[in-house]
Ligand binder design. Structure first.
Ligand SMILES: O=P(O)(O)OC[C@H]1O[C@H](O)[C@H](O)[C@@H](O)[C@@H]1O
Length: 460
């Protein structure tokens, strides 16, 4: 059966300092309330991400635009940050060839896609100097339309493109994804007659991976987005119950919440044993952190790790450091490729190496995952296990929807609004004040008027 499996036994292991079944039973009513609360907001049209798999028109519009760009161009630059970048990057990471952008066109099956998601001029300038602009199109993706990092990239690139190819060449190369109801980009789309895909008001940026925000780059790279959405729909259909043991995303949210509030495990590590899910870890971090980290001081800390890489790094801390973590180990049962480890004749007499001979690298990775989970639990650290049969659009769609729904339910369990992010605004206001945005003078003055720094505390 091609479906995601969740196993929370490792969170109930007494040796791992795990939960008791009574803890879960006691959470039945709050979990049901979290489920009902989310469903009510969904029915009211306030929160729309769970209904995206059913939005065939949006999916088709993304595919059609991607196909059109694919006929004419070789590279797509996705200008976006946060939720306007991480989802697409996660999907491509999970489903494209690991070196997609390096492959020749006939092996790629789509455009090269770049996600320059920062206003660091060193990277962006290098990217613009590297790609052939003649063969490059770009998607400016911003729900609000006013994100400084994204719009600064857009303005730099727009100028270069207009200078080389004229207004018409710019119109051919630039597409937008933005909220059709509000934001300055909507106005620019009209003024400049640019093609734009809509991002509905009920789809928050970090919940937008299955909207044109994620679908456009995915389709452009050659991902089967219909299968991705079908997988998400399958998972959503498995999550229509408010009973914890009948809804996998609700069970995951409930167990992570309980481990935090009952056992002090407030650091939530997501550790896939697959390089392809490395970027999905970054996407999850934004999802969990921005959704659950709210006033007054609420929220678990998400951490992304990758097995086996992080076994040689942060695992020591997870194994013996503070008892404040729970590790979700993600297994991909069937790796995309397999390699058998040969045993050169001269190595056979070295038992330290000979045991590897004849095994596959996939077997090694799987043995490490099993062993790490067991060792963590034996050391008093709870674990949770998620398994995908293989990485393909359907199963990745399931995983995305699973984590999005779990986040929504966790918001209810923590008693916070999972769909806003007021905390990120304060820093933006100061930055815009420093850059001279009209109306933001008081933030600049507040920042510049702060008490002088103590020179004794500055070395260098
Ligand atoms: O899509 P945009 O409006 O450009 O927003 C991009 C990102 O910026 C903000 O700071 C928010 O904290 C994120 O949730 C959002 O994904």
């Amino acid at each position: 059966m091609e479906r995601l499996t969740l196993d929370v036994n490792g969170a109930f292991d007494p040796a791992a300092g795990g939960l008791a079944r009574a803890d879960l039973d006691a959470l039945a009513a709050p979990a049901r309330a979290a489920f009902d609360g989310f469903e009510a907001r969904r029915r009211a049209g306030e929160v729309g991400f769970a209904d995206l798999p059913a939005d065939a028109a949006a999916a088709e519009a993304s595919r059609a635009l991607a196909a059109e760009l694919g006929r004419r161009f070789e590279n797509l630059l996705v200008l976006g940050i946060g939720g306007s970048s991480l989802g697409g990057r996660a999907v491509l990471g999970a489903l494209c060839h690991p070196f997609h952008n390096l492959l020749p066109q006939d092996r790629r099956g789509g455009l090269r896609v770049f996600f320059p998601d920062n206003s660091d001029p060193a990277t962006f300038a290098a990217l613009l100097d590297t790609v052939d602009l003649e063969r490059t199109c770009f998607a400016t993706v911003t729900k609000s339309g006013g994100t400084a990092e994204t719009m600064s990239q857009h303005m730099v690139l727009r100028e270069r493109v207009v200078a080389r190819f004229g207004e018409e060449g710019y119109r051919e190369r630039c597409v937008l994804v933005t909220d059709p109801q509000r934001g300055v980009l909507r106005q620019i789309a009209a003024d400049e007659r640019l093609r734009a895909l809509p991002l509905g008001a009920s789809i928050g940026g970090r919940f937008s991976v299955l909207s044109p925000v994620g679908l456009l780059p995915a389709a452009a790279a050659g991902v089967d987005t219909a299968a991705l959405l079908a997988g998400a729909a399958e998972l959503e259909a498995r999550c229509r119950s408010g009973a914890v043991l009948e809804n996998p995303a609700l069970l995951y949210a409930a167990v992570l919440h309980l481990l935090d509030v009952r056992r002090g495990r407030r650091l939530h590590v997501l550790m896939p044993y697959a390089d392809a899910l490395r970027d999905l870890g970054d996407w999850f971090v934004q999802l969990w952190a921005e959704s659950l980290g709210k006033n007054p001081g609420t929220g678990p800390t998400p951490i992304r790790a990758v097995g086996a890489t992080d076994q040689h790094s942060s695992l020591q801390l997870m194994m013996e450091g503070p008892h404040d973590k729970v590790v979700t180990l993600v297994r991909v049962a069937e790796p995309r490729a397999e390699l058998t480890i040969p045993l050169p004749a001269g190595y056979a007499r070295h038992p330290d190496l000979a045991y590897l001979g004849g095994h596959t690298m996939g077997e090694l990775l799987e043995a490490e995952r099993r062993a790490t989970g067991a060792a963590l639990r034996k050391n008093g650290r709870p674990t949770i296990s998620i398994e995908l049969p293989r990485l393909e659009p359907r199963t990745v769609g399931q995983l995305l929807m699973f984590l999005e729904l779990a986040t929504a339910y966790a918001g209810g369990l923590y008693g916070v609004n999972a769909f806003d992010q007021p905390g990120v605004e304060a820093g933006k206001r100061y930055a815009q004040g420093l850059l001279g945005r009209p109306g933001y003078e008081k933030y600049r003055d507040e920042l510049l008027g702060a008490p002088a720094a103590d020179p004794a505390l500055v070395l260098g």
